[in-house]
Design a protein around this ligand. Structure first.
Ligand SMILES: NC(=O)c1ccc[n+]([C@@H]2O[C@H](COP(=O)([O-])OP(=O)(O)OC[C@H]3O[C@@H](n4cnc5c(N)ncnc54)[C@H](OP(=O)(O)O)[C@@H]3O)[C@@H](O)[C@H]2O)c1
Length: 162
């Protein structure tokens, strides 16, 4: 890929960057000149991904479902430009009538609360003109007897904007 200058000298943080979408984002950002920092819960997978990204990529093991770990991670990181959240786990959906609500609650740990914690602790370190990208998934609607229930609905206010 040709090296552009849109991300030259930018610091890009990818939470969930050790595989899948996050790793692809980290690789693309690095190829465009960004300094990439990835994090995921497994130190081994982080190390492997950092090696595959190459260049100046750095990584750290952080369990983003642990609020204190997220706070510590960002407090030591310093300022950066772009935050990308792709951390995720498998979502096992059943018919609503057969849904185990304890399991359904756990589905929000990464998809909602970890993303919220990441924005809460990360946003104050983002430079002007920076960005935050959050991923959830296309299964944001749960079919129930012909009707659709919104599974995830959130409106977060960051840095004074709606
Ligand atoms: N792939 C698709 O086609 C697709 C489509 C729609 C939506 N999505 C959604 O997009 C997100 C990413 O998908 P993906 O395919 O890239 O998944 P993936 O390859 O499984 O990547 C998930 C990443 O999240 C990390 N992670 C998991 N638990 C974590 C934790 N507690 N703390 C920190 N990092 C954690 C994983 O690393 P560790 O295991 O090392 O923690 C991994 O780096 C998911 O929410 C998925 O549901 C994916």
């Amino acid at each position: 890929m040709q090296r552009g200058n849109g991300l030259q000298d930018k610091r890009v943080v990818v939470l969930g960057g050790s595989s899948g979408i996050g790793l692809a984002v980290a690789e693309q950002a690095a190829s465009q000149g960004a300094s990439v920092i990835i994090a995921s819960s497994s130190a081994e997978r982080v190390q492997k991904a950092v090696e595959s990204i190459g260049g100046e990529a750095q990584g750290q093991a952080v369990d983003v479902s642990d609020e204190r770990a997220v706070a510590t991670f960002f407090s030591k990181l310093g300022t950066f430009d772009h935050l990308v959240f792709t951390a995720g786990d498998n979502l096992h959906l059943h018919d609503l009538a057969a849904t185990d609500l304890q399991q359904a609650r756990r589905a929000f740990e990464l998809r909602y609360w970890a993303a919220l914690a990441s924005v809460k602790y990360g946003s104050s370190h983002i430079r002007k003109e920076g960005s935050i990208v959050l991923t959830t998934g296309f299964l944001h609607r749960l079919r129930a007897s012909g009707a659709y229930c919104e599974l995830l609905a959130a409106s977060w206010r960051v840095n004074g904007s709606n």
